[in-house]
Design a protein around this ligand. Structure first.
Ligand SMILES: Cc1cc2nc3c(=O)[nH]c(=O)nc-3n(C[C@H](O)[C@H](O)[C@H](O)COP(=O)(O)O)c2cc1C
Length: 284
């Protein structure tokens, strides 16, 4: 019988015995499933056999090559079951734990500084824009249109946006932290109250989608509409910009006490955003 022992960093352990973290088994199996073997046999060894490694799982792992006469059986049928489960799991896509709404809302801060090494792709902007196929719209008119702007064009509009007007001394965005992608939101009809409401719903939905994708953004209302329309050759009037990127700032929410200033501020490199508590918001 040809029995190949796994060559792993922990091979110095007693023969065939490898201490494993929870979850490490799957990593190793995926690594080894690429090798020419018919099967992986695993036995979970009782914790007390290796009490000096408490807190870890211990497994016997052997790889049996294609040429093996398959009579090398380890321990119990836990092994077969585990392997079957692994096969199913490796075919079915792994379910990613999705953040809940409260977590998305908390992360959805307005970033005025971005990681320049992260270049936003067109497919990412399109996925963000795609939320507009599912949101509310006054009389369902759906008058908003969206122009993705990527790194090849972003520099054209940077001179025409204003960020962080409450912190003029910082002249945000700082050099090297400028966003390299935008979504320009336009309307096919003149701006009305309903268009503005649609605009708000759209902007917030897109920013939440960005956050769900691990990105960040900010609404930019302070920009030179004419210049941006001209630079991008837009057929419609732009109403609002979203900058999109990987946020490169520490931002924290801070509960505002009654009468406090609601202006955002920075202290020791952290950007604080005061928010009113619920009892200030509810009308009794
Ligand atoms: C409609 C709208 C327009 C905004 N325009 C700008 C802007 O032009 N420049 C800027 O730095 N921030 C802009 N902001 C971001 C706000 O300043 C930001 O939402 C506020 O400071 C609260 O921070 P938070 O979004 O992290 O909660 C805008 C936000 C909204 C909703």
């Amino acid at each position: 019988m040809l029995l190949r022992k796994i060559v792993l960093p922990l091979q110095t352990q007693s023969e065939g015995v490898l201490p494993m973290r929870n979850g490490a088994l799957d990593e190793w199996l995926s690594q080894w499933s690429a090798k020419p073997c018919t099967a992986v046999r695993i036995r979970q060894a009782p914790q007390n056999e290796f009490s000096n490694f408490s807190g870890t799982h211990f497994l016997f792992i052997c790889l049996i090559t294609k040429f093996v006469d398959f009579n090398f059986i380890m321990a119990d049928n836990f092994l077969e079951k585990r392997l079957e489960a692994y096969k199913v799991q490796s075919v079915a896509p792994k379910k990613k734990q999705q953040p809940n709404l409260a977590q998305l809302l908390k992360k959805n801060r307005s970033y005025r500084g971005y990681d320049a090494s992260f270049v936003v792709r067109r497919d990412q902007l399109l996925r963000i824009i795609d939320v507009n196929t599912k949101i509310a719209s006054a009389r369902n008119q759906q008058v908003l249109r969206f122009r993705p702007v990527l790194s090849d064009e972003a520099a054209k509009i940077l001179p025409y946006i204003k960020m962080g007007s409450a912190l003029p001394a910082l002249s945000l965005p700082q050099k090297g932290k400028e966003p390299n992608a935008f979504i320009v939101i336009c309307s096919t009809v003149p701006e009305t109250r309903n268009v503005s409401i649609d605009l708000g719903i759209s902007a917030q939905s897109m920013l939440l989608q960005a956050v769900e994708m691990g990105l960040n953004g900010i609404c930019i209302g302070a920009f030179d509409k004419k210049a941006v329309a001209q630079e991008l050759n837009l057929p419609l009037e732009p109403l609002l910009l979203l900058a999109i990127g990987k946020g490169g700032e520490d931002i924290e929410l801070k509960e505002a006490a009654s009468g406090d200033s609601l202006c955002y501020y920075r202290e020791n490199g952290v950007h604080y955003v005061p928010k009113l508590p619920i009892d200030e918001l509810v009308i009794e």
